[in-house]
Design a protein around this ligand. Structure first.
Ligand code: TRP
Length: 360
């Protein structure tokens, strides 16, 4: 990929990103202590099972490998795509509760909100100077998110938020960023910012690492209507749902009229998705789950899925309910993470100022 083309050549660059991701995975195993993983979520409501099997489980795996894990509550990003963030305090608490309940351990990992880390946000400014408006505007994910947000005009913040995301990652010199394919254009922006900063201000010794995406091969769970599982589509099963709520959501899930249950994602996406969910919860192959139900029909399938989900998530949900009841503990956890992030960001900003000759 050329230096001036952060998102161009989609196929070649995807193959490239995949190859780098595979090398990164090896390196994370070989020398976990040499890595800092940064990833995060927008606090827009409770996390769901799609998040869990898609990314949350992987974060705990990385933490347990011994890498330094940073989990970002991207609260500033919520103002790019919604009008009234007055539910933010509850949404942030709920996100932190989800993280702790699934096993992110604040004695080893850092959970922080980027709005609380002033020096991180200050990096946004020099970083903006390293890209042209045309380069920033070429990002297909921003265009998609703009369409999805339903807003009529693109704000300056939404237009530039991939550059803000570079600050999220580079403030702590993140080396590995677990993301889905849709986030690759953003990560290309971060890599470009790092490369240009190094070339311009620290040519003899690169200051920022060029982080790699850690692409996941986790299967994608669909929503209960067969569409993309999403908080806003009312088709998701929240991590913190009760057993009864789970039963109700699964009983409403779309299926088809063929009584014989098979695992055939291409032709029977809705049924296969339920089979997959049970398989993930039970640590089995989806084909084995489908064979067990055979011609028991969708009723038997739904009973099995409900039991499997409720069984797998029982302890996580109990922990989550206890955590939500103790807001002080949630806030203390976040404050401690913010403080650690602030120390690191301050250190980075001091270096950046020195390298940019803006220390007086
Ligand atoms: N953009 C991500 C999302 O929409 C959230 C996010 C913000 C993020 N900053 C990040 C993810 C840095 C990874 C790294 O979900």
């Amino acid at each position: 990929m050329t230096d001036s083309e952060p998102t161009g050549g989609a196929d070649a660059s995807y193959a490239d990103a995949e190859a780098r991701s595979a090398r990164l995975e090896e390196s994370l195993h070989r020398e976990p202590g040499a890595h800092r993983v940064l990833t995060g979520d927008r606090p827009t409501g409770p996390l769901h099972l799609g998040h869990y099997f898609g990314t949350l489980q992987n974060r705990v795996r990385l933490q347990d490998l011994g890498v330094d894990l940073f989990v970002l509550v991207a609260d500033y990003q919520t103002i790019t795509d919604r009008d009234s963030p007055d539910s933010l305090p509850q949404d942030v608490d709920s996100l932190v509760a989800d993280y702790l309940a699934i096993g992110i351990d604040p004695s080893r990992a850092t959970i922080f909100a980027h709005s609380q880390v002033e020096a991180l946000n200050q990096l946004f400014l020099p970083f903006l100077s390293l890209l042209s408006v045309a380069e920033i505007g070429r990002n297909p994910t921003v265009k998609d998110e703009m369409t999805a947000s339903g807003q009529s005009a693109m704000s300056g913040l939404m237009f530039t938020y991939p550059v803000h995301q570079a600050a999220d990652i580079l403030f702590c010199k993140g080396t590995a960023v677990p993301v889905g394919k849709d986030q690759l254009p953003h990560l290309e922006v971060t890599r470009l910012v790092a490369r240009r900063f190094n070339r311009k201000y620290s040519p003899d010794k690169p200051y920022f690492p060029e982080p790699d995406a850690l692409l996941s091969d986790a299967p994608i769970l669909l929503g209960t209507d067969g569409g993309k599982m999403s908080k806003s589509r009312n088709n998701s099963i929240p991590l913190g749902a009760t057993a009864d709520e789970t039963a109700k959501l699964i009983s409403r899930a779309k299926t088809d009229s063929d009584r014989t249950i098979t695992y055939d994602p291409a032709n029977r996406p809705e049924v296969s998705n339920l089979v997959l969910l049970a398989a993930l919860c039970q640590g089995r192959k989806p084909e084995a789950v489908a064979a067990e139900i055979g011609d028991g029909g969708s009723g038997a399938l739904k009973r099995l899925v409900t039991e499997a989900v409720n069984e797998y998530f029982r302890d996580i949900r109990t922990r989550r309910a206890d955590l939500i009841a103790d807001r002080t503990h949630l806030r203390d956890t976040l404050l401690a993470g913010n403080a650690r992030a602030r120390d690191i960001a301050h250190h980075t900003l001091t270096d950046v100022r020195r390298l940019m000759h803006t220390t007086y």
